[in-house]
Design a protein around this ligand. Sequence first.
Ligand SMILES: [Zn+2]
Length: 318
Amino acid sequence: MKIEYRREEEYIPVDVAAMRPKDSYRKTVEGRNYPVEQLIAEHGRIPDDFLHDRPCPTCGGEDCGLETEKEGLTLVRCRNCDLVYVNPVFDEAHYKEIYQAQNYQEIVRDLGEASHDYRVERFGKERVAIMQRHLPEHGAGPPHYLDVGCSTGFVVEAARDRGWEAMGIDLNPSAIAFGRARGLNLEQCGLDDLDLEPASLDAVSLFDVLEHIVNPQEILERAIRLLRPGGIVFIYVPNYDSASRLLLGKNAVFIWPTHHLTYYTVETLSDLLHRAGLTIEFTATEGLDLIDYMWWQREMEGQMKTAFLPRSRREALS
Ligand SMILES: [Zn+2]
């Protein structure tokens, strides 16, 4: 699938310093594999009985080849549909535990709460504007919207401020408490525990969610059941074909197999969506990518190569 390139001046830069205040990024990177690192320290590797094989999360096929290994886990590529995914994986209960664990709450607190206002402005408003263009024709009343995996609710807040009937759910108790204190309609639960009328929503979003889920097809189907006819699902996932992965290989920050269990490209995500009966109206790829790469160099290696960036961007980073 062809994606249009955008001109440099059409892209709204991301202020990495506002998004990752103080020391939060380093702490995130250092703490991000807890408690798997403890397991490895104890046993030398992840013990086999903690892991189980899974079929391809898109096509259900079981014929896959080795893609790469990182942090004690293995990425494979499906020989049938080309999807890259972690296999074997922990069971679902383990992942739910991770996202409610103190350590993960602290990561989100450091990273998400201090940058909440910035995220509303830079990402929330942009995402709501994109959804607005694709909403079904509507009678009276505001659009009804649910953000699954809403974190502190920065997109929910942008939608509410635009007059939408907006709610969000997340497993992380401290992120939910933070958003609620701002008056947002948030609930601490997963989509399977949420009691909502089928066919009652105009839009459901899954921002940075599908890559975390053992069975993404199931959560997608649950989301679709909540939609009115013509309703939309809006999805963000890391792009396995992104510049950072092509430059850095498995050292790209988003290759994070303890948490990111599936690695989509435009093609493999489109395949999943088509199988779920969706029509694709809008596709884009953008994000931190090179900025992320340079930030990584500066934070983790104490140096940064910015020569290939325009002057305005270099200054923004310094
Ligand atoms: Zn497959």
